[in-house]
Design a binder for this molecule. Structure first.
Ligand code: BGC
Length: 352
């Protein structure tokens, strides 16, 4: 079978590699890879800026946004041939730390967690892959075209859960949310915000392309103006920041309603400096009881929440988030980021 592999740390090393079919260990499913989504993390790995190969190897099979069809499943696993499944990204650290021991590996404390397609474990960008039944999530057969959105949806399900939990340290009935960035994370965060009954606003820099209509179709409001102006007028109770752009992060922190919760989900490039009025930001945070929370990854509870959110969403709308489906042989095109498209996926050979 062919897989998308990369030498972490070596820019330009992404290639299609012929690999032996994987052998399932006890308790594992064998899955035919249908598609794999490509996100900013994958582009960073392909650019040699992130990622770790499995110990003792140079190459890592890339891909953590999975979707596949079960070829074989162990007896009693709860899965059977033909089921549509997604593989969970992270595995607990071997110690394990207190969080990992409690199934909260998304909040691992010692950094020794591993991640499929990112950190020391082969990913899902292959015609065939194996996954432990305990880390596979079944999807409704009707979600075949959009099930690859499960992993990014789990990331935003976690972000919303964090917002609620932080908010609930006192009375909390948020009404208005601002999402900065209309990429897949931002749009899926907006979708969950609307599902929760909030008035949702989405800010992005582009004025054309599919993003404005996708936001309007959700029943949310699209903005492409200056962040200070937009957030200043809206005074949102909740901000989900999905760009990682430093100036947006601080503008969001300065412009929430009192008791605002800001959830940061964008992984930014370090080393970019910008001037901020740190005293002013601190003053506002203290005098308004604001809270900022960073959020990454997702545990099994968040995958279940994501499955519910996807099941409740409009299937056509979800389909519209996938703006490009690239055949495996043209994989390189999927790793070129464009400002206007939303989600790009690569079609795998298990899907043929
Ligand atoms: C993935 C997360 C992962 C993070 C850091 C993100 O792109 O969605 O699952 O934890 O990268 O490696």
């Amino acid at each position: 079978m062919r897989a998308l592999t990369v030498v972490p740390g070596a820019a330009g090393s992404l290639q299609l590699t012929e690999l032996p079919d994987p052998e399932p260990r006890p308790g594992e499913l064998v899955v035919e890879g249908l598609v794999v989504g490509v996100c900013g993390t994958d582009r960073e790995i392909a650019d040699g800026e992130y990622g770790w190969a499995p110990p003792g190897r140079d190459r890592l099979v890339i891909g953590h946004e999975s979707l596949g069809r079960v070829r074989s499943a162990p007896e009693g696993s709860g899965f059977s041939a033909g089921d549509l499944v997604v593989g969970v990204v992270r595995r607990p650290d071997p110690v394990p730390c207190g969080a990992c021991a409690r199934g909260e590996f998304d909040n691992c404390r010692n950094g020794r967690y591993t991640e499929r397609g990112i950190k020391e474990l082969d990913g899902y960008g292959a015609g065939l892959w194996c996954v432990e039944a305990d880390y596979a999530v079944a999807l409704d057969a009707a979600l075949e075209r959009v099930g690859v959105l499960m992993e990014p949806t789990s990331v935003v399900a976690k972000a919303w859960e964090q917002v609620r939990r932080v908010g609930e340290r006192a009375w909390f009935e948020p009404e208005r949310a601002l999402v900065t960035g209309a990429g897949p994370i931002g749009l899926l965060a907006a979708m969950i915000g609307v599902q929760q009954g909030l008035e949702v606003h989405v800010l992005d820099r582009v004025a054309d392309g599919p993003k404005p209509a996708l936001v309007e179709r959700l029943g949310a409001t699209y903005h492409h103006g200056d962040v200070e102006e937009v957030a200043g007028k809206l005074q949102p109770d909740v901000v989900i920041e999905a760009t990682g752009v430093g100036s947006l992060v601080f503008a969001a922190m300065r412009n929430t309603s009192p008791y605002g919760v800001i959830c940061l989900t964008g992984v930014s490039e370090p080393g970019r400096k910008s001037e901020i009025d740190a005293g002013g930001v601190n003053r506002e945070m203290v005098l308004e009881n604001n809270a900022v929370v960073g959020s990454v990854n997702a545990n099994l509870r968040h995958y279940r929440q994501a499955a519910e959110a996807l099941a409740a969403a409009d299937r056509d709308w979800l389909d519209g988030l996938i703006t490009r489906r690239v055949p495996l042989d043209a994989f390189a095109e999927a790793f070129e980021a464009g400002p206007e498209g939303v989600k790009v996926v690569v079609e795998l050979e298990g899907g043929r």
